[in-house]
Design a binder for this molecule. Structure first.
Ligand code: BGC
Length: 482
C-alpha cells in the first residue's frame, strides 16, 4: 500500500473526515474490549470441551487462571514493544500490524484443537491489545485539531466499552442459541474477526500521523497530511512548530531523558493515572461481574442481566464523557469522577458485607461507580499520556505508561479471588479499592494539568519554559490549531 495516498489533496485541500479516521483507528479499542470481555462467557464451555476437571484443585485453577490472564500478560509484552513499534514502523502501520495479529489470534482461538492453542491465541490477542492501546491513542492525538483532541482520544475508550458490551451480549446470545458446548465458545471468539478485518482494510486507507512523518524527515508528506487534516493550504506555522519540537529533542536518548527532569514528572502523571485506574477495582467488576452480583444477592440469570446492564451503563456514560471532555475539561471530570467513585466503592463495600440483603442497592452502587469511572479514570489516562510528552519522547513515555495499565490490570484481576479469600469477604476487598481511589484523588488533584484546548506543541513549550507538570496546560503564546 502506497503511503499517504489519502492526503493527496491537489490545490483545493478538501478537509479529511477526521471523525471517520478516528472511528476506524478506534476499532482497535473495540477489539481490546471485545477480547478482554469474551472470556467471561466462553471459558466454562471451553474448559468442558477440553475436559478440564471441574474441581477446585490447584492444577485446574492454575490452568484456568493462565487462560484468563494470558491477555493481560500478552498486553504487557505488547505495551513494552509499543514504543518501538510506533517509532520505527509508525502509528498507522503499527495499527495495521495489530489488526493482522488480532485476526490471527481470533482465528487460532476459534479453531483451537487444544487448550495450548487457546493459550497461544490469547497471548497473541493480548499482544495486539497492548500495542494498540498505546498506538491508537497516540495516532488519534496526533491527527486531531486541539479543540477536539480530548474527544477523539476518548472515542478510543468509548470503543473499549462498546467492545466489552458486545462481548457480554454475544456471549449471552451464543450460550443460548448454540446448544453444542464444543462449538458455541468458538463462535464467541470468532465474531472478533469482523472488526479485525475492518480495522485492517480501513487503516490501509488512512493517512499517516503528520508528526511521525515529520520525525522521519518526510516533511513534504507531513505538510500534505496537515493540509488535508486542517483543510487549509497554509500550514507553515504548524510545520515550524513541529520542527522546533523535533530539534529541541534531537540530543540524547529519549528513553534515558524520561527518567530525568523535566520529563520525569510527566512519566509520573501518566504512569500514576493508569495505576489508579486499575487500583479502583474496575476490572474486578468487569471480569468478575457475575460473581460480584452473586455475592450481592442476585440469582443465576439475574447476575448476568446485571452484568449486561453494567456494560450498557459503561457505554452510555462514556458517550457523555466524549461529548463533554473538551467542554468541561479533564480536571473537573476527574474531580467529579473520583469523588463519586470513592462514595460508591464505600457503599458497595457496605452492601456486600450485608450478606445479600441489599442486592438492588449494591447494583445501584456499581452502576453509579461505572458512570463516575467512565467520565473520568476511564478515558482521561489515555488522554493525558497522549498529550503531555514532547514529540521525541512520546512513544517511549506512552509505552512505559501503558505498562502500568497492564501490569496493574494483571495484579488486580489476578489477585481478586485470593484477596476475597484472605480478607474474609468481598466487601473488604472493595474497601481496599476505595482507599486506593482516595490516594488517587489526592495524586490527581496535585499533579494532573488541564490540557483542554491546548495544542501539543504549546504544552511542550510550557514544559521547556520550566512550568510544573500541573501548569502544563496554561496558555502559551502560539497560534496553530493542531
Ligand atoms: C481500562 C480497562 C477497563 C475499561 C472499562 C479502560 O479504560 O483500561 O482496563 O476494562 O476501561 O471500561
Amino acid at each position: 500500500m502506497k503511503e499517504n495516498q489519502h492526503s493527496n489533496t491537489g490545490n483545493s485541500f478538501p478537509k479529511a473526515n477526521i471523525y471517520l479516521i478516528g472511528t476506524i483507528a478506534a476499532l482497535a479499542g473495540l477489539l481490546f474490549g471485545f477480547d478482554t470481555g469474551v472470556i467471561s462467557g466462553a471459558q466454562d464451555f471451553m474448559f468442558q470441551t477440553f475436559a478440564l476437571k471441574k474441581d477446585a484443585s490447584l492444577e485446574s485453577n492454575a490452568i484456568k487462571g493462565l487462560v484468563v490472564s494470558c491477555v493481560p500478560i500478552g498486553a504487557l509484552i505488547g505495551a513494552m514493544l509499543s514504543g518501538f513499534c510506533a517509532r520505527v514502523i509508525g502509528r498507522k502501520r503499527g495499527l495495521i500490524l495489530t489488526a493482522i495479529i488480532f485476526a490471527i489470534g481470533t482465528l487460532s482461538a476459534a479453531f483451537a484443537g487444544s487448550l495450548n492453542t487457546v493459550i497461544f491465541a490469547r497471548l497473541l490477542m493480548g499482544l495486539a491489545i497492548g500495542i494498540s492501546a498505546m498506538v491508537a491513542p497516540m495516532y488519534l492525538s496526533e491527527i486531531s485539531p486541539a479543540n477536539i483532541r480530548g474527544k477523539m482520544i476518548f472515542m478510543f475508550q468509548l470503543a473499549i466499552t462498546m467492545g466489552l458490551m458486545s462481548a457480554f451480549a454475544i456471549n449471552l446470545w451464543f450460550a443460548h442459541s448454540i446448544a453444542d458446548y464444543t462449538m458455541n465458545w468458538r463462535w464467541m471468539f470468532g465474531v472478533g474477526i469482523i472488526p479485525a478485518i475492518i480495522l485492517l482494510v480501513g487503516m490501509a486507507f488512512m493517512p499517516n500521523s503528520p508528526r511521525w512523518l515529520y520525525l522521519k524527515g518526510r516533511s513534504n508528506e507531513a505538510k500534505k497530511v496537515l493540509q488535508s487534516l486542517l483543510g487549509k493550504e497554509n500550514v507553515t506555522q504548524e510545520l515550524a512548530e513541529m520542527k522546533e519540537s523535533v530539534e529541541r529533542e534531537s540530543k540524547g536518548s529519549s528513553l534515558l531523558q524520561l527518567f530525568k527532569k523535566p520529563l520525569l514528572p510527566l512519566l509520573l502523571v501518566s504512569f500514576g493515572l493508569f495505576v489508579f485506574q486499575q487500583l479502583s477495582g474496575i476490572n474486578a467488576i468487569m471480569y468478575y461481574g457475575p460473581q460480584v452480583f452473586g455475592s450481592a444477592g442476585f440469582g443465576e440469570s439475574a447476575k448476568f442481566i446485571a452484568q449486561l446492564l453494567m456494560g450498557l451503563t459503561n457505554v452510555l456514560a462514556t458517550i457523555f464523557g466524549v461529548w463533554v471532555v473538551d467542554k468541561i475539561g479533564r480536571r473537573p471530570l476527574l474531580t467529579m469522577g473520583f469523588i463519586g467513585m470513592v462514595i460508591c466503592l464505600a457503599a458497595l463495600s457496605f452492601f456486600l458485607k450485608s450478606a445479600g440483603q441489599n442486592p438492588y442497592l449494591a447494583l445501584a452502587s456499581v452502576l453509579i461507580f461505572i458512570v463516575c469511572f467512565a467520565i473520568s479514570l476511564g478515558g482521561v489516562p489515555y488522554i493525558m499520556m497522549s498529550e503531555v510528552f514532547p514529540l521525541k519522547a512520546r512513544a517511549s513515555g506512552m509505552a512505559i505508561a501503558s505498562c502500568a495499565n497492564w501490569g496493574f490490570n494483571m495484579l488486580v484481576s489476578g489477585s481478586f479471588n485470593i484477596l476475597v479469600a484472605k480478607m474474609g469477604n468481598m466487601g473488604n476487598v472493595f474497601m481496599l479499592y476505595c482507599i486506593c481511589t482516595i490516594v488517587g484523588f489526592i495524586f490527581a488533584w496535585y499533579l494532573v494539568p488541564e490540557t483542554k484546548n491546548r495544542q501539543l506543541e504549546e504544552i511542550e513549550r510550557n514544559l521547556y519554559s520550566g512550568k510544573s507538570v500541573r501548569r502544563l496546560g496554561d496558555t502559551a503564546s502560539a497560534t496553530s490549531n493542531i
